[in-house]
Write a protein that binds this ligand. Structure first.
Ligand SMILES: C[S@@+](CC[C@H](N)C(=O)[O-])C[C@H]1O[C@@H](n2cnc3c(N)ncnc32)[C@H](O)[C@@H]1O
Length: 217
């Protein structure tokens, strides 16, 4: 994808999602895509490899939750894989500290090397297993805990409270939308409350997504 097409697709995708990004973000995302595809040719990081799909399914889907994340000073991305949604969110919100956790070492190696080569500060990659015991895992708590395609919602909400600072929130990016009643029930099981839930569609494929925000009771 050439620079002009990338910029055009990013602008129209952001506009469809109702999010705004600064002028530096496009070139940084292009750099991130180049690193992802370069690494992916050698080590398997993601099954999504067509540039148009990387832009929509990894980058724009990550940026779709900007409204739920903006204002946080720290973000913890559990099961971040190759850095989604944490890395694109960091590019738009550079003052936010971001910790990305995954059990697969090569994914964390990619995150660390890419953050260093792009000169990103305040990005930490942690090769660790999230089990709900931050004290022994060395995983820091954050104002906002986020995960996309991580675990089944009940399991993920079971882990979540241990990683959220007092007054913080849990942002769940879901491929399969849950009804309000289902979200309320899942939250109640974990002593959480539902703060908001919003459905959206990816701008080019029209694929359905949902983002739900929870807080401690
Ligand atoms: C389906 S991938 C999603 C990756 C990324 N969030 C995304 O949306 O592209 C799930 C990731 O969670 C990681 N994972 C699974 N269980 C984990 C655990 N208990 N702690 C940390 N990472 C875990 C896997 O290694 C994998 O990279």
């Amino acid at each position: 994808m050439d620079n002009a097409r990338f910029a055009d697709q990013l602008a129209s995708g952001c506009s469809a999602l109702g999010v705004t990004v600064g002028p530096d973000v496009g070139p940084q995302l292009q750099r991130l895509m180049a690193e992802l595809l370069k690494w992916n040719a050698k080590v398997n990081l993601t099954a999504i490899t067509a540039p148009e799909e990387v832009l929509e399914k990894h980058f724009l889907d990550s940026l779709a939750v900007l409204p739920e994340v903006t204002g946080a000073t720290s973000l913890l991305d559990l099961g971040a894989g190759a850095g989604f949604p944490g890395l694109p969110l960091k590019l738009v919100l550079p003052g936010m500290g971001v910790t990305l956790v995954d059990t697969v070492g090569k994914k964390i190696a990619f995150i660390k090397a890419t953050a260093a080569s792009m000169g990103l500060t305040g990005v930490r990659g942690l090769h660790a297993r999230a089990e709900g015991k931050p004290e022994t895992e060395g995983i820091p708590r954050a104002q906002v805990l986020i995960a996309r395609a991580f675990m089944d919602l009940p399991d993920w909400l079971g882990l979540a409270p241990a990683y959220v600072e007092e007054g913080g929130r849990v942002v769940a990016m879901l491929g399969k939308a849950q009804t309000d009643a289902e979200l309320q029930a899942r939250a109640a099981e974990r002593n959480l409350r539902v703060v908001s839930a919003r459905a959206y569609r990816l701008p080019f494929s029209g694929a359905e997504r949902q983002v739900a925000v929870f807080a401690k009771q």
